[in-house]
Design a protein around this ligand. Structure first.
Ligand SMILES: C[S@@+](CC[C@H](N)C(=O)[O-])C[C@H]1O[C@@H](n2cnc3c(N)ncnc32)[C@H](O)[C@@H]1O
Length: 226
């Protein structure tokens, strides 16, 4: 388990505390449409931290080619129709470049600064000169109004129970997913980033914001800086 990360509930749990069975149950929502609208049709996508393929599968259905990367073999076993690679994001070096590199699921918010820069360097190392990097950030109000909960129309409740500072600008977040037949929890460490801090981190990796794709600035399209 990664330091500061923990998960509980039925089935396999990844080193960052995610439950494989939980992610198999979650639907993709509007995220594949946001991605499809931001990149060229038929693009070759490198998806970092793909999990079970919650976004991979709808992207394949939309005609993209996806290479799915995750450190969890149990997650990757559930990915269908995509090339899969088991690796940490930080260590990935495929010697290939892609039209699109995706770093979703707030993975840019890791509390470890070196790890964050290694993740962004992986994005920069794998994106084509005329390609783009799609990043999903936390909403700027992510750590406000806690505790809060949302009842999903499909019948489960997701609750952000707490977000407590643990030093050096890092918070420990505790989340619960309650289904009629099972409950999963995840505790993880995350470093909130202002727009300015986020853009500085990109610049350090040789990337710059091309466009904030959503009004809440959660989805971002970045491009190589030079
Ligand atoms: C919150 S889940 C999200 C999965 C998928 N992106 C989705 O939206 O359904 C995060 C995934 O990233 C993977 N992951 C987290 N940190 C990673 C790292 N440093 N290297 C590779 N995979 C990582 C986990 O194993 C997990 O499958």
């Amino acid at each position: 388990m990664r330091a500061g990360h923990q998960g509980t509930g039925p089935g396999a749990i990844t080193p960052d505390g995610c439950a494989v069975e939980l992610y198999s149950r979650l639907s993709a929502g509007d995220e594949p449409d946001i991605i499809a609208a931001a990149v060229p049709a038929g693009a070759r996508i490198l998806e970092l931290g793909s999990g079970v393929g919650r976004m991979t599968h709808p992207l394949l259905e939309r005609g993209f080619t996806v290479t799915a990367v995750d450190e969890s073999a149990e997650m990757l076993e559930r990915v269908r129709g995509a090339r899969t690679i088991r690796s940490t994001i930080e260590d990935l070096d495929l010697g290939e470049r892609f039209d699109v590199v995706m770093l979703a699921s707030f993975l840019v918010h890791t509390g470890d600064l070196q790890e964050r820069q290694a993740r962004l360097s992986t994005c920069a190392r794998h994106v084509a000169e005329d390609g783009c990097v799609l990043i999903q950030r936390e909403g700027e109000d992510y750590h406000m109004n806690i505790p809060r909960e949302r009842v999903d129309p499909s019948g489960f409740t997701v609750r952000i129970v707490s977000s407590e500072p643990v030093g050096d600008g890092v918070n420990s977040v505790h989340a619960e997913y309650e289904f009629p037949d099972a409950t999963w929890t995840q505790t993880f460490q995350t470093r909130p980033l202002t727009k300015e801090q986020f853009e500085e981190a990109l610049a350090e990796a040789g990337l710059r914001v091309d466009k904030y794709l959503t009004e809440d600035r959660i989805w971002v399209r970045a491009v190589p800086a030079s």
